[in-house]
Ligand binder design. Sequence first.
Ligand SMILES: Cc1cc2nc3c(=O)[nH]c(=O)nc-3n(C[C@H](O)[C@H](O)[C@H](O)COP(=O)(O)OP(=O)(O)OC[C@H]3O[C@@H](n4cnc5c(N)ncnc54)[C@H](O)[C@@H]3O)c2cc1C
Length: 380
Amino acid sequence: MSVETYDVIVVGLGGVGSSAAYHLAKTGQRVLGLDLYHPPHVHGSSHGRTRVIRQAYFEHPSYVPLLKRAYRGWDEVERASGEIVFHRTGLIEVGPEDGVVIPGVRSSAKQYELPIEEFTMADAMQRYPGIAGPSDWRVIREVNAGYLDVERCVQTHLSLAENLGAALRYGEPMVSWETQPASVSVVTDRARYQAGSLVLAGGPWANEWLASHGIPLKILRKHLYWFQVTDQTYDEPAFPCYFFETPRGYFYGTPHDPGVGLKLARHSGGQVVESMQGQQHQPDEYDQQLCQDFISDCLPAASTTLSQWAGCYYTCTPDENFVVDTLPDSPQVTLVAGLSGHGFKFTSALGAVAAELVGRKVDRQAIDFLSVKRFLDPSP
Ligand SMILES: Cc1cc2nc3c(=O)[nH]c(=O)nc-3n(C[C@H](O)[C@H](O)[C@H](O)COP(=O)(O)OP(=O)(O)OC[C@H]3O[C@@H](n4cnc5c(N)ncnc54)[C@H](O)[C@@H]3O)c2cc1C
C-alpha cells in the first residue's frame, strides 16, 4: 500500500471539516481531506436547506465570543467566494418570562450589548400576524440573526479549500488511525497517509472514534418538516426565523421557502441511534404530530399539510456543549465533535479554531468550557 504524506489530515468534510480544511489550507499547510461520502450530502448532520444563526445565545453567554467570530467567518466566506450564504432575516424568540429562552437571550444580549427588541405577545402578534401564543408570553427580536444556506456553506468552504490547494478525497473513508510520538497515520481502503496532525470532524460518526477515549457522545435522530402555506404571511423579509419555548418543547424554523414550504423542527426529543452503520431515516409520527399541533397553536396561518420531511442527526454531549480540543495524550489529534444540535452556525469559527489547535496557537481560555477534561475529571 502506498504512503502519501501531508502536514495535516482532516477526516470528515461536513460542516466542521469543510471549514477546517479551508482554514488549514489558508495557513499554507499541505492538507488532505477525506470523506465517506461527497459533501454536502443527506447522510449526516449538515443538510436540510437552512440553519438558524443567532448571537444572543440563551444556552450560555460563553458562546457569544465564538459566535462573533463565526459571524466574521461567514462574512469572509461571502467575500472570498462571491456567494451569499447568510440571510439576515432576524429571529423572534418566544416563550414564558420565567422560561429558559427569554431570560437567557436577555442575559447574553446584556452582557455583550447585542441589539434586541422586546414585545408583549399582543404587540408581537400585531407585528407578525402569523404567530400566536398565550398573552403572558414574551417575544424578543434578535436583530442580527438569520439563517444560513447549509449545503451552500459546506460546498463553498470546500471550494475555497480546494482553490488553496487542499487535496479533497470523496468516497474514501478512514478505516483506522493511529498516533506516533509526533505524527499520525490514517488508513483508508485505498492508501495509507502520514501527517503531522489529524483533525477528526466526523459528526455523528465520531461517536465510534471517541468512545474509547472517554468522550461520551449520544446520537439522536431528528426530523425536519416543511408545511404548505397558502399566502405570504410567512415570507421574508416580513417574517423572520423563529424559536418558541412551549410546554411541549422547543420548536423553531425559518421563513417560507417558495416551492418547499415553511420549515419547522422540534429541537427537543429525538430517537437514540446506537450506531451509524446501515441507518435509514423513517417518518416519526409522534414528532410530526407535535409539530402539527405546534402549527395549529402558534403558527395558525400555516397549513398542517406536510410538503416534505427529512431526517438528520444530533450528536450530543451530556452537557450539550461542544468538544473542541486536542486529545489529552496526543496533542497532534484535534477534535471538533458533539455539536449537540446547535453547532452549524459556529462552523466558520470552529474550522479556524481547529487550525489554531493544529498550529498550537489557540486561545485556550476561550474554549476551556469545550475541553475534553470535563469528561475525564467531572469532579468540580
Ligand atoms: C435537524 C437538525 C437541525 C439543526 N438546526 C440547526 C440550526 O438551526 N442551527 C445550528 O447552528 N445548528 C443546527 N443543527 C446542528 C448542526 O447542523 C450540526 O451540529 C452540524 O451540521 C454538524 O456538523 P459536523 O461537521 O459535526 O457533522 P457532518 O456535517 O455530519 O459531517 C461529518 C462528516 O464526516 C464524514 N465521515 C463519517 N465517517 C467518515 C470516515 N470514516 N471517514 C471520512 N469521513 C467520514 C461524513 O460523511 C460527514 O460528511 C441542526 C442539526 C439537525 C440534525
